[in-house]
Design a protein around this ligand. Structure first.
Ligand code: 3PG
Length: 400
C-alpha cells in the first residue's frame, strides 16, 4: 500500500536530535492517580527501539484540564524506564529547564517533557500553520533535526504538538502510525455487511458529531450505543428523564443532534433496553425501576440483544465501554460485548484505551482482527475523511 506521508524509512535519524510526539494517554485510577494500563506506551516500543540510535525527546498529553486523569508524565517516564529504556523526565515543556535538558540529551537517551496539555495554547484547535505560531512550537523546533509523529490515538486533533511542528521541521510518521493506517485501511476496504458499530464511553460531544458523519456515509447497519453516549440517546428518545444527563459533559450541545439522528436513523440506532444500577450490589432493571439511581451498565436484556447482533455481523468496530467498567460488577456489559466481538467470525476492530486494555486483559487479542490504540481517531478514520495528523504529515512530505 502506497502511503502519502514519509516514515522512519525515509530519514537518516542516526545521531540526530528527534522530537517524537506519542499518544501515551493511559487509563488512570481516579482515586490513586496511578496508571492502570500502559498498553499505549507498549505500542510505541518499536519506534522507541528504532530511535535508540538518536537523541530522543518525547512529547505527549495525558487527560485534559479538569479530567480525573489529568496527571504529570512522571509515571509514564518510570514505565518507559521499566521497559528497558534510558529515560529521564523534566518538569517543563518549553521553558529554560526543558531547553537545557534537551541540549544535554545523548544518543540512546530519552528525555520526556511534561504533559503538553499543562500549556493552555496546546488546547487550541486550528490549522497546522496557525497552531505552529504557539510558543510550544516556536520555542522548541530550532533544537531538532526531525519531528516524528507516532500519536495515532490523537490523530484527529489539530493541536500544536500534533500538527504544528510539521510546518517547520521535516516530519515523518512513527511505526505505530504507519501500522495503524495500513491495518485500518485494509479493514475498512471491505464492503461486507452487516456492518456494526459499538459505541460507548464518554466524550459525548465528540462522539455524537462523529456518529452523525459515520451514519451519513451509509456504511453502518447497526449502531449499538452504551455508556454515556447511550444515556444521551435514551434521554433524546424520552426513555429516561433528563435528570440522567448530570454526568454528561457537553449534554446541551449534543442533545439536539441526538434527537435529529434518532428521527433520521431510527432503524440503525440501537439503544439499551434496560440498565444496571447499584443498590449495595448490582441490580438489572427496566428504566422505570431505576428510581433515580445512576446508570452504571447496560442491563442483561440489552447485553443479549447487542451480543446477538454482534455475532451475526460481517464487520464490527467498537469504541468505548458500555458502563462504569472500572468497578468489576459493572464491567459485565463491556466484557460480554467484547467476548461477542471475539466470537464474531467477521472483521473486528476494537479501539480506544479502555476497550483495548480490557480486551487484552481478557486475553482476546488473538481473536480480534485489530486492537487499535485510537478511539476517536479510529472512528474518525472510518468516515473516510483524512485525519488531521495524516494530512499534516502529507503536506510535510511534499515539502521534504
Ligand atoms: C484518546 O484517548 O482518545 C486520545 O488520547 C485523545 O485524547 P483526547 O480525546 O483527550 O484528545
Amino acid at each position: 500500500m502506497q502511503l502519502g506521508f514519509k516514515t522512519l524509512d525515509d530519514i537518516d535519524y542516526i545521531g540526530k536530535r528527534i522530537l517524537l510526539r506519542v499518544d501515551m494517554n493511559c487509563s488512570v485510577d481516579p482515586k490513586t492517580k496511578r496508571i492502570t494500563d500502559f498498553s499505549r506506551i507498549e505500542a510505541v516500543r518499536p519506534t522507541l527501539d528504532e530511535l535508540s540510535k538518536s537523541k530522543l525527546v518525547l512529547m505527549a498529553h495525558q487527560g485534559s484540564p479538569g479530567s480525573d486523569d489529568f496527571i504529570s508524565l512522571e509515571q509514564h517516564t518510570e514505565i518507559i524506564r521499566d521497559m528497558g529504556f534510558d529515560a529521564i523526565f523534566v518538569d517543563d515543556i518549553f521553558g529554560q529547564k526543558a531547553k537545557e535538558a534537551i541540549k544535554q540529551v545523548k544518543v540512546g537517551e530519552i528525555l520526556v517533557l511534561q504533559n503538553v496539555r499543562y500549556f493552555e495554547g496546546e488546547l487550541k484547535k486550528a490549522s497546522p500553520k496557525e497552531v505552529a505560531q504557539e510558543p510550544i512550537v516556536q520555542e522548541l523546533y530550532p533544537f531538532f533535526d526531525f519531528f516524528v509523529n507516532d500519536a495515532f490515538g490523537a490523530a484527529h486533533r489539530s493541536q500544536a504538538s500534533l500538527v504544528g511542528f510539521t510546518t517547520v521541521l521535516p516530519s515523518v510518521a512513527g511505526r505505530l502510525v504507519e501500522k495503524e493506517v495500513r491495518t485500518l485501511t485494509a479493514a475498512t476496504s471491505t464492503d461486507k455487511h452487516p456492518w456494526t458499530l459499538v459505541l460507548g464511553g464518554s466524550k459525548v460531544e465528540d462522539k455524537v458529531s462523529i456518529l452523525e458523519k459515520l451514519l451519513a456515509t451509509g456504511r453502518v447497519d447497526n449502531a449499538l450505543l452504551g455508556g454515556l453516549i447511550g444515556t444521551l440517546f435514551l434521554i433524546a428518545a424520552s426513555k429516561v428523564p433528563e435528570s440522567y444527563s448530570a454526568p454528561i459533559k457537553g449534554f446541551d450541545a449534543a442533545i439536539e443532534t441526538a434527537r435529529k439522528l434518532l428521527t433520521k436513523h431510527s432503524d440503525t440506532l440501537i439503544l439499551p433496553e434496560d440498565a444496571a444500577i447499584d443498590k449495595s450490589n448490582r441490580v438489572d432493571c427496566d428504566f422505570t425501576e431505576m428510581g433515580g439511581n445512576p446508570f452504571l451498565d447496560i442491563g442483561q436484556k440489552s447485553v443479549k440483544k447487542f451480543v446477538g447482533i454482534i455475532k451475526k455481523s460481517a464487520v464490527v468496530f467498537a469504541n468505548g465501554p458500555m458502563g462504569y467498567f472500572e468497578e468489576e460488577t459493572f464491567a459485565t456489559g463491556t466484557m460480554k460485548v467484547l467476548r461477542a466481538i471475539a466470537d464474531c467470525k467477521g472483521i473486528t476492530v476494537v479501539g480506544g484505551g479502555h476497550m483495548g486494555a480490557m480486551a487484552k486483559k481478557m486475553h482476546l487479542d488473538n481473536q480480534i482482527t485489530h486492537i487499535s490504540t485510537g478511539g476517536g481517531a479510529t472512528i474518525n478514520f472510518l468516515t473516510g475523511k483524512k485525519l488531521d495528523l495524516i494530512l499534516a504529515l502529507e503536506e510535510s512530505a511534499k515539502r521534504m
